[in-house]
Design a protein around this ligand. Structure first.
Ligand code: UFG
Length: 321
C-alpha cells in the first residue's frame, strides 16, 4: 500500500481526506500536533503526533513511512484571528510549511498537494474568481497562504517538486455517513454555528455586517462540500503520480449564497427559528467570494456531487447530531 503523509489529518478536512485515501487504497499517515485537531478523528491509518515546525521529527517520519506524496492541510485558518495575531499566522502557516516542504525535498518525496484558499484573492468586488484572477490578500491568512504558493513554485524550479495547489472556497458539510464532522474549538464558521443554535448550545447567531454592497447587504460565499473537496484531492494525487506536473485549481461550487440565505436554508432544514442578531462587520472579511471551477472540471475531470447548500447543511446536521 502506498503511504501518503497527511499533515493536519486529525482536523476537519484532513480527517475526511484520510477516509477518502483509505477507501482509494492508500495508507494515510496523519501528522498532527493536535492543537486544533482531534485524536479520535484519526481512524484510517497510522498517527504520528508532531509539529511541522520540527524539522528533525519530520525527517524521522519521512524516513519511517517513505510517502509517495504529502497532502498538507495543517494550518491556522481563521480570518478574524489572523487580523489580531498576524505573527502566529506567518509562523504557523509560512514558516511551518517551508519547514515541511524542505523536509519533503530532503526525503525525495516530490509530490505535494497543498491546501490554499480563496483568501489569496482578497476582495474581488463580486467577480467570479478563477485561477487567473489577480491575488491581493487582505489578511495575514490569505497572505501567508499566497507566500507558501510562491515557495512551492520556487522549489519546483530548484528541486523538481511537483505541486497541486487547491484554492478552497468555503468548505462545509460532513461525511455523508455521519462518521466524521466539522469541529473547531472555538467554532467560528457560519454553518456549524447555526446548527449549534438549533441544538440549543447558543442563543443566537451574529450576522457580521449587513451593509456590504451585495443584494441583501450580507457577505456572499461559495460553499463546497468537504466530500467533493477531498475527491478533488484524490484526482490531484493521481495527476501528480501520473507525472502530469504542477498545477493550480480553484475549488468551489460556482454558486454564491449570502449569510442571510444560509441562515434561511438552515432554518428550513432543522425546523428551528435560529434567532439572529445584527453585528458589526468582522475585520478581514471580503464582501463576495464566488468561484469559477472550470479548470478543475476540465483538467481533473472533477464533478462535485454534494455541493448544494441544502445537502451540505443536512450532512453537517446529521453528523453533528
Ligand atoms: N459569519 C457571520 N456570523 C458568524 C460566522 C460567520 O455572519 O457567526 C459570516 C462571515 O462574516 C462570512 C460568512 O459568514 O461572511 C462565512 O464565514 P465563515 O467564518 O464560515 O468562513 P470565512 O468566509 O471567514 O472563512 C472561510 C474559511 C477560511 C477561508 C475563507 C476565505 O474558513 O479558511 O473562507 O475567505 F480562507
Amino acid at each position: 500500500m502506498k503511504n501518503v503523509l497527511v499533515t493536519g489529518g486529525a482536523g476537519y478536512i484532513g480527517s475526511h481526506a484520510c477516509k477518502a485515501l483509505k477507501l482509494a487504497g492508500y495508507n494515510p499517515v496523519t501528522f498532527d500536533n493536535l492543537i486544533t485537531g482531534w485524536a479520535d478523528a484519526v481512524r484510517f491509518g497510522p498517527f504520528e503526533q508532531g509539529d511541522i515546525l520540527d524539522a528533525a521529527r519530520l525527517d524521522d517520519v519521512f524516513a519511517r513511512w517513505q510517502p509517495v506524496a504529502v497532502m498538507h492541510f495543517a494550518a491556522l485558518s481563521q480570518v478574524g484571528e489572523a487580523m489580531q495575531e498576524p505573527g502566529r499566522y506567518w509562523r504557523s502557516n509560512l514558516v511551518a510549511s517551508l519547514t515541511l516542504i524542505e523536509a519533503a525535498v530532503r526525503a525525495g518525496c516530490l509530490n505535494f498537494v497543498f491546501s490554499s484558499t480563496c483568501a489569496v484573492y482578497g476582495d474581488r468586488d463580486g467577480v467570479v474568481i478563477d485561477e487567473n484572477t489577480a491575488q491581493a490578500p487582505i489578511n495575514a491568512y490569505g497572505a501567508s497562504k499566497r507566500a507558501i504558493e510562491d515557495v512551492l513554485r520556487n522549489f519546483g524550479h530548484a528541486y523538481g517538486l511537483r505541486s497541486i495547489i487547491f484554492r478552497y472556497f468555503n468548505v462545509a458539510g460532513a461525511d455523508p455517513t455521519g462518521e466524521l464532522s466539522e469541529r473547531h474549538l472555538p467554532e467560528t464558521h457560519l454553518i456549524p454555528i447555526l446548527l449549534e443554535v438549533a441544538k440549543g448550545q447558543r442563543d443566537h447567531v451574529k450576522i457580521f455586517g449587513s451593509d456590504y454592497a451585495t443584494p441583501d447587504g450580507t457577505c456572499i460565499r461559495d460553499y463546497i462540500h468537504v466530500a467533493d473537496l477531498v475527491d478533488a484531492h484524490l484526482l490531484g494525487l493521481r495527476w501528480l503520480e501520473d507525472g502530469r506536473g504542477s498545477n493550480v485549481f480553484c475549488l468551489g461550487s460556482g454558486h454564491g449564497y449570502s449569510v442571510r440565505q444560509v441562515v434561511e436554508e438552515a432554518r428550513n432544514i432543522v425546523g428551528h427559528p435560529i434567532p439572529v442578531v445584527m453585528a458589526d462587520r468582522r475585520l478581514g472579511d471580503a464582501a463576495s467570494l464566488v468561484c469559477g471551477s472550470q479548470h478543475a472540471l476540465q483538467e481533473l475531470g472533477w464533478a462535485p456531487q454534494r455541493s448544494l447548500l441544502p445537502i451540505m447543511i443536512e450532512d453537517a446536521w446529521r453528523a453533528m447530531r
